[in-house]
Write a protein that binds this ligand. Structure first.
Ligand code: FEO
Length: 396
């Protein structure tokens, strides 16, 4: 049975939610599920904007058929070819044989690679600035390469002032009835997942996102329709401002987050002592994470949020405890910048973890190592306390 929403001005949400998938992209836990948003715009010629992952295609096709109500589907605009949005296109082409695909040359190439079908007979190529009308509605294409893949466009329907923003402004989390961000307690229930989605999926491409934000700032936007998560029609500037921070690697908090890899609890103990000193200094925003317990996507998101980051790790196989090193390498891969970094290493006979941690962060733009770098020999001693206190004073 169909499950659709009319979101105004002949625009219909015909997407679907998936709460069965454990790992988005086979990498990121999604306890709250995920939305695959697809939008049908009815006009003299009917236009679909993107499709959905194959896993929810049954519901999507029921939605589409219901809203079309026997009318022809004329155009498919593809903003992004990643299979979570293009996974139903092959079936769509079989069901709607007159369908014309409107997208970039790169998207056409990628789609042909995935689907192994020749699209040249049913393809309109768009570039940045291309406009296209379906009758009353007018679509303006804005290229957005590397938000998240090179082929990405977003499209602005100017009569309704609606921006279909592809992966930008998306979130993890399935729809629970309310599709609009102003219908939910976004800060309480969605912000963390929106940040975790942005930082892990698109976080590496901050400069590309900033370019898109600059282009979008010239538009009057009444509604923001991403491919995941919620639709925005109110206080859009609030979410855009979050994106400006995330895309420019600007922390939201001046607090301190501590990430430790500890085998027998002694490195963890050093972190707890440091946190105590930070609290005595009056810092309220302090969090401690065991990197072996907390999913890496949460830790990446945390590092994008907070200014002062402490990495504490035991020496392991002559290097850094693996889970901690994986986190740090992933932060580098995500292009994290402009952070204050503190380092605590532990070793019983040859502590080398700190050297490796510092080596990685010194390759990352704007990351400043905060002194003192601390070496614990097996367990914290009285003589280590002064250094931990000094480090606390130099953070935050
Ligand atoms: Fe939701 Fe980059 O795909």
């Amino acid at each position: 049975m169909y499950c659709v929403k009319e979101i105004g001005n002949s625009i219909f949400w015909v997407g679907a939610s998936d709460r069965r998938l454990q790992l988005f992209e086979n990498a990121f836990p999604i306890e709250r599920g995920i939305n695959y948003n697809s939008y049908l715009i009815k006009d003299e010629q009917n236009v679909l904007i993107d499709t959905v992952d194959k896993s929810v295609s049954d519901r999507f096709f029921e939605n589409l058929e219901y809203v079309l109500d026997g009318e022809r589907l004329d155009f498919l605009i593809i903003n992004h070819v990643e299979p979570d949005h293009s996974g139903s296109i092959k079936e769509l082409i079989y069901r709607y044989p007159y369908l014309t695909i409107v997208t970039t040359a790169k998207a056409k190439d990628y789609l042909s690679q995935f689907l192994d079908i020749d699209l040249s007979e049913r393809f309109i190529e768009v570039k940045d600035g291309y406009t296209f009308s379906s009758g009353k509605k007018l679509y303006n294409f804005i290229s957005a390469p590397m938000v998240h893949w090179p082929e990405v466009t977003v499209v602005y329907e100017s009569t309704t002032k609606t921006l279909f923003s592809a992966d930008a402004f998306g979130s993890f989390g399935a729809m629970s009835g309310n599709l609009y961000a102003d219908e939910v307690d976004f800060d309480r229930d969605w912000l963390d997942d929106a940040r975790r989605y942005y930082t892990n999926i698109v976080g590496k491409f901050g400069s590309s996102v900033t370019q898109l934000l600059n282009k979008a700032s010239k538009l009057e936007i009444a509604m923001l329709c991403p491919l995941h998560g919620l639709v925005w029609r109110d206080k859009i500037g609030y979410f855009v401002d979050k994106y400006k921070l995330w895309a420019s690697y600007t922390p939201e908090s001046n607090g301190v987050s501590i990430f430790y890899g500890s085998v027998y609890g002694n490195t963890e103990n050093a972190c707890n002592i440091l946190a105590n000193y930070l609290a005595e200094k009056g810092i309220k925003d302090i969090r401690i994470f065991d990197v072996s317990k907390t999913d890496k996507s949460v830790l990446i998101s945390e590092c994008f949020m907070v200014k002062n980051l402490v990495f504490a790790g035991v020496t392991y196989n002559g290097g850094v405890f693996t889970n901690l090193e994986n986190l740090i390498l992933d932060l580098k891969a995500h292009n994290l910048q402009n952070r204050k970094i503190a380092i605590i290493e532990n070793g019983t006979w040859a502590a080398t973890a700190g050297k490796r941690i510092e080596e990685i962060f010194t390759q990352m733009k704007g990351c400043e190592i905060v002194e003192p770098k601390i070496t614990i020999k097996s367990a914290v001693k009285n003589e280590d306390l002064a250094e931990l206190k000094t480090l606390a004073n130099n953070l935050g």
